[in-house]
Structure formats: C-alpha cells, structure tokens
Design a protein around this ligand. Sequence first.
Ligand code: 5GP
Ligand code: ZN
Length: 136
Amino acid sequence: MNDCLFCKIIAGELPTTKLYEDDQVIAILDIMPVNPGHALVIPKTHSERMLETSEEEGAQVLSVAKRIGKALLETNLADGVTLSVNNGEASGQTVFHTHMHVIPRLNGDGLVSWKHGEYEDGEADKIATIVKNQLT
Ligand code: 5GP
Ligand code: ZN
C-alpha cells in the first residue's frame, strides 16, 4: 500500500489538482484527461477495487461523483457525463486503488465505449442463472 500512487496523493506526498475533499473521499483532476474536467473520486481508505469498498465508502464515492457530474453539466465542459469504475486489469484498471471516473462528454466527441454482442437462443437464461446463483 505504501507504494500506492493514490495513497501518496491522499497523504499530500504528491502534487495534484484537488476539486473536493471530505473525511472519506477526495476528488482530483485526472492527469491525462479524456476531456478537460475529467475527475477521479477516490476513497481515502486503500482498497484495490470498488468491489471491495465498504457500503458507506462506495456510497460516498458515488454521491461525490454525482455532485461533480452535475457541476460539470452546469459548465460548458460537458453535454453529458460518463461515470465509470474499472475493477481489475481485464477491465482496464491501471491504478490499483479504487476510483470512480467522472468523464465530461461532449456532443460528437467520438469516444467509443464498447462494442455490443448478442445472445444465442436460450443463452441469456443460462447466463442469468450462473450469475444469480452467485448473488449474495
Ligand atoms: P484506471 O485506468 O485505473 O481506471 O484509471 C487510472 C487513471 O488515473 C487514469 O485515467 C490516469 O490518467 C490517472 N492517473 C494516473 N496517474 C495519475 C496521477 O499521478 N495523478 C492523477 N491525477 N491521475 C493519474
Ligand atoms: Zn492506495
């Protein structure tokens, strides 16, 4: 954890552009923005992935992300907002301290999200059963 980039930012050991801070989270500007205003909301307690955060922390991350998203919409930086969280390398996570992206989106900004597929007959029911059996 001591080598964690975001823990160092939270501790004030590395410079950042801070948008917001409270007891549980900070929000900073992403250093390599998808669009200007791209923010990261980061819980202060170290966890690798959002999936492992406490209910309270996860809720506070979302709450602050919503506030920043709404603020961006009031500016000319955003026509829309993408809130996203990568969990694990396969999802594209590169910094292994939980964070939620608040990405300002502009009409016609051309960003591609993901490509959609389709289910074969009966496959959706089978997939749903697999997932439902693991839901706690
Ligand atoms: P991930 O790919 O893990 O979902 O997102 C990590 C994000 O952290 C990336 O968008 C990247 O630009 C951002 N990032 C990486 N290093 C730094 C840094 O030192 N400061 C800030 N503010 N953002 C960073
Ligand atoms: Zn950390």
